[in-house]
Design a protein around this ligand. Sequence first.
Ligand code: PHE
Length: 339
Amino acid sequence: MKETLEKLKETSIDLIKNAVNFDELEKLRVRYLGKKGELTTVLKGLGKLPKEEKPIIGKLANIVKLEITDLLDEKIQTLEKKKLEEKIMKESIDITLPGRRLDPGRIHPITKILMEIKEVFVGLGFAVVEGPDVETEYYNFEALNIPVDHPSREMWDSFYFKPGLLLRSHTSPVQVRVMEKQKPPIKIIVPGKCYRRDSVDATHHWMFHQLEGLLIDERVTFADLKGVLLEFARRIFGKERRAKFIPSYFPFTEPSAEMAIDCFACNGKGCNICKQSGWIEILGAGMVNPKVLKAVGYDPEIYNGFAFGLGPDRIAMLKYRINDIRLFYDNDLRFLEQF
Ligand code: PHE
């Protein structure tokens, strides 16, 4: 009996070790461990053995059974590993296939023009400052010498949360906020969003952008204003640009002006971009009104300066030849992907 078992062990281990696929392994499992398997038969026959042999043979048979089971498991794992390796080999990556394109997204045209404009002014020594979109009437109007009967103060021209609190209608309130906190010299630009109850059309939107500028020091002149703004215009629209300053009115500057540049599309000859006039108005500006300086505690006898406000939406429309402001805010990728 013992010899039979030992023989069985030897052959089965040999066969299992040499099996090359799952089919063969399964056949071997049935052959030895199946219901009518060789080892099963031995175990079943234990009862017929003489008493003193039973425990010895029984023990041996169980050990053999364990060894065969372990070996079978081991072999299955080896075969599975081999199968996986073969699969991986076959599936090797085809590096001749073009990769899947990952679209990284683009910079919004307004952000882009803001980056360009900021670079110009930062290069001229201006610091970039921001202020709140929700503003008090004091900063949005009073401190800027905007009279009570000014139309922008009306409920239907601005967005009010409650009396005294509204979405800012321009970035000029940040002038006051900064002057209250700092002493001259001041040299800042303020990019940001503004809100007005305009009906939306190709050139108006209830939300748009402004970039405010403020320079306060001793003995600042209108020539300084012209120099800075002409430099800006040339850096954005071409170094051959000329500028003209047209008298205008803002309550917080005195004197005030609109700056126009000769048309960069036709060099001033007249085309549809400049509406045949040869000139394009691009910003409002002026010398800071002494009343504004007094309101923040500056002595207008010592300090003065200039301020300007320009519209990045309009600058972008001109520079990138976009004919409808709504395109910036529609979120249409066919438009945005062009930048
Ligand atoms: N705040 C003005 C506007 O919204 C623009 C401006 C700013 C004019 C600074 C002069 C100086 O129209």
